[in-house]
Every structure is written in structure tokens, then in C-alpha cells.
Ligand binder design. Structure first.
Ligand SMILES: [Zn+2]
Length: 205
């Protein structure tokens, strides 16, 4: 399985984000990275993030080619294809960490809060309904939901926690790998104003 522990994988991401925030990215030899990964790669973590153009996981965690599995979908929600990708990443390929990466000012969350009705979007954004309900219960909103930045942030945070729970509920193989200590599943939240990622649901041994 994984060549590094879940804790080491988390440290790599934390350190990478610190480099990103400070603007001191690791110098990269892209040509060498291409050569070194041509015959295969051993990504150490899998990230489920949003499609938002401001939150590319490889960049915000300052990782090179072959380091991360990345699944990106509006609102970082799960469906069967996403679950299969995460299960493959950890249970077949040996990644040691799953990160559900939400972010502030999320357009998908705003759309869901405003009841955006447009084709296939509606069905996907219905998955955010439990997070909206949880955030409403926790404090609600003053402005219309999607226009209230603190409510949108609250829904996005709830969504990270609920998505983590969904992954464990719907993917027994990942839940088992976590119970056995091979994999850790953690939440993370990216602030579009600072570039900083704050992790949550981290097990402290
Ligand atoms: Zn988003």
C-alpha cells in the first residue's frame, strides 16, 4: 500500500500550502518531472475539490506531476464516479490520504442557496440541500441565502463535513482502510482571499 503514512501525507500538503501562501513555491524542473513520471507515478493523496478556477489542488498544495489524484466537481460533491475514483486512488493505487477541499465564495454553493434551476445543474446542486439545511439550523442568513457571504461560507463548510460522511457511508472499502489506519479522510477549506487551507477532521494520534 502507501509508501508514506496518512500523517506524513497531511504534513506534505500543509507544508505545500504554506509555500503557496508565502509565494515561495518549490523550484520545479517540469521536463524532469515529465521524464520521471513517464513510466508511472505513486500519488500520495487524493483530493476531491471544486471546479473553481481559483482552487487547483496541485497549485494550492504546491505539488508536482504525479503527486496527487484530483477529482474536481462543482461543489465538491460525490457521485458513483467520484467515489470510484477515490476508492481507486487509495485502495488500489495506495494513496494514504483523502482530502475533501471546499472553499469560500463557492459559486456552486451560491447557486444551490439561490435555487439555481438550469438543466443538469439542478440535480447536482440538490446534493447541497443537507448542507444548506444544516447551516440554516446553525444560524441562518440575513440577506437572501446566496448573497450572504457568511451563510455561503457556512454551507460550504457543512458540505465538506457531510461529503466526508457520505464517502465513508457509501464506500465501505475506504471506511475500512481508514479504520485500519492505512488511509485518513480529512476535510479542508480554502480561503480565496488568503490562499490558506485549514484542515478539519484531522485525527490527532
Ligand atoms: Zn466552488
Amino acid at each position: 500500500m502507501a509508501s508514506i503514512t496518512p500523517k506524513e501525507a497531511l504534513s506534505r500538503l500543509r507544508e505545500g500550502n504554506q509555500r503557496f501562501v508565502s509565494g515561495k513555491l518549490e523550484p520545479r524542473d517540469i521536463a524532469a518531472e515529465i521524464r520521471n513520471t513517464a513510466s508511472g507515478a505513486q500519488p500520495f493523496a487524493a483530493v476531491l475539490g471544486c471546479i473553481d478556477s481559483r482552487v487547483p489542488p496541485e497549485l494550492v498544495f504546491d505539488q508536482g506531476l504525479g503527486a496527487l489524484y484530483c477529482a474536481r466537481v462543482a461543489g465538491n460533491i460525490v457521485d458513483d464516479a467520484v467515489l470510484a475514483s477515490l476508492e481507486f486512488a487509495c485502495c488500489v493505487s495506495g494513496a494514504a490520504l483523502v482530502v475533501v477541499l471546499g472553499h469560500s465564495d463557492c459559486g456552486a454553493v451560491k447557486g444551490a442557496c439561490n435555487g439555481l434551476g438550469q438543466g443538469t445543474l439542478t440535480k447536482a446542486l440538490e446534493k447541497l440541500a443537507p448542507a444548506i439545511a444544516a447551516a440554516s439550523e446553525a444560524g441562518g442568513h440575513s440577506l437572501p441565502a446566496g448573497d450572504d457571504p457568511s451563510f455561503v461560507r457556512s454551507v460550504a463548510r457543512e458540505n465538506v463535513a457531510l461529503t466526508l460522511a457520505e464517502i465513508k457511508r457509501l464506500c465501505p472499502a475506504l471506511a475500512k482502510a481508514e479504520a485500519e489506519g492505512q488511509v485518513d479522510l480529512v476535510g479542508a477549506f480554502y480561503d480565496v482571499e488568503t490562499g490558506e487551507v485549514v484542515f478539519s477532521d484531522v485525527e490527532t494520534p
